[in-house]
Design a protein around this ligand. Structure first.
Ligand SMILES: C[S@@+](CC[C@H](N)C(=O)[O-])C[C@H]1O[C@@H](n2cnc3c(N)ncnc32)[C@H](O)[C@@H]1O
Length: 350
């Protein structure tokens, strides 16, 4: 059968976006969103007994933990294997294609899909005998899974898990949240499902039409807004009770070539740290109320022999600014080198 758009429409799309794998993506996203809003977050917060904390390269602050249940163990926001299908997939109904354009190790998943359609088809044919008898959506699902298995697993940009901010917002009793790198929308969706006010900042212009679609579908009653700007340039009269984000990990992932991206503006680690990272932290201190919280998911990270101590640099900086470092909360599930990921938590002191 000739390889063309008529015979293989599932391979002649812009990208094998999640929303193309089902007939009614909005209905499914809304259903999962409603289920998220009912999630019993307390059942997810527990002592971290069975998984290893990701502190590599090793952190000087490893011993700071936020205890749970009066025990001397880190607090874990637990993710279950079923969370991906049940909840965490929600953001991909909106931002999948934009995320696929980001680069991590090699080329983007988007470019891989564009350039290797025949190889993808041959791989599916080897592994899926009944492919030809499938309907369009099932085929699209196979294409997507195959792209993930042969390329995406190692090369796609990571996403956050909606269940993590959902539990964290409730744990801190947050009512008004600022997110300095809104990214794929996981923290925004969690805020909408929690019924709390949210401001998401992100300079990537392509993401903002996706955020608009989230607002149109989920129709939050509380104030939820997105601002296209850089965290380091943001200023407002609003006062928040939590700033929670997962910022770029310096140049680990390169999301777009847009000139407002932090690594496009500040290419050396030193510049990036001082002009983006620390400025974003200073803005957080400024816009969060006294006794409010700043929570940041980031790791120390090594690349080609360079050791970027992003976690320790942040904690040292915040302590220098007289902010109270409370310790780490962790979340598990498919994270960096399979270990639980840290969220550093500060109490704001004005
Ligand atoms: C996608 S998130 C990071 C992903 C994260 N590791 C996670 O687990 O979700 C990073 C976001 O930071 C945004 N970003 C880049 N430069 C920025 C800046 N100057 N100010 C605020 N956000 C920025 C990017 O556009 C991107 O959407």
């Amino acid at each position: 059968m000739e390889f063309n758009a008529e015979n293989f429409p599932e391979l002649f799309v812009d990208y094998c976006d999640l929303s193309l794998t089902v007939e009614n993506p909005d209905e499914i996203a809304l259903q999962k969103f409603n289920n998220l809003s009912e999630l019993n977050w307390m059942s997810r917060v527990k002592p971290m007994n069975n998984c290893k904390p990701c502190m590599e390269p090793c952190s000087n602050f490893q011993k700071y933990y936020i205890p749970v249940g009066g025990k001397k163990v880190y607090m874990l926001i637990e993710s279950l294997a079923s969370d991906y299908e049940d909840y965490n997939i929600i953001s991909s109904f909106f931002t999948d294609t934009i995320r696929s354009k980001g680069k991590k190790n090699a080329d983007s998943v988007y470019n891989f899909f564009q350039k290797n359609k025949l190889e993808i088809l041959n791989n599916i044919r080897r592994n899926c005998r009944n492919y030809q008898s499938m309907n369009y959506y099932q085929k699209m699902h196979e294409v997507r899974e195959t792209v993930y298995n042969i390329f995406g697993k190692r090369n796609e940009c990571t996403s956050h898990r909606v269940t993590v901010p959902f539990s964290l917002y409730h744990y801190f009793n947050a009512e008004k949240v600022l997110d300095y790198s809104a990214g794929w929308g996981d923290r925004a969706i969690a805020a909408m499902a929690s019924g709390i006010a949210y401001t998401g900042i992100d300079p990537n212009p392509e993401l903002h039409s996706c955020y608009k679609r989230m607002l149109d579908l989920f129709k939050p009653q509380q104030k939820v807004e997105f601002i296209q700007c850089c965290a380091e340039d943001h200023s407002t009269d609003e006062v928040y009770d939590l700033m929670y984000t997962s910022p770029p990990y310096y140049n680990l992932e390169r999301y777009t070539d847009h000139p407002d991206q932090s690594i496009k503006k500040y290419s050396s680690y030193r510049d990036w740290k001082e002009k983006f990272y620390f400025k974003m932290l200073l803005n957080s201190i400024k816009h969060v109320k006294h006794d409010g919280f700043i929570a940041v998911n980031i790791i120390n990270w090594t690349n080609r022999g360079c050791n970027y101590r992003m976690l320790d640099d942040m904690i040292n900086f915040m302590m220098d600014k007289n902010q109270l470092f409370m310790g780490f909360i962790y979340y598990n599930g498919g994270s960096y080198k399979g270990n639980a990921m840290p969220i550093a938590v500060f109490r704001v002191v004005h």
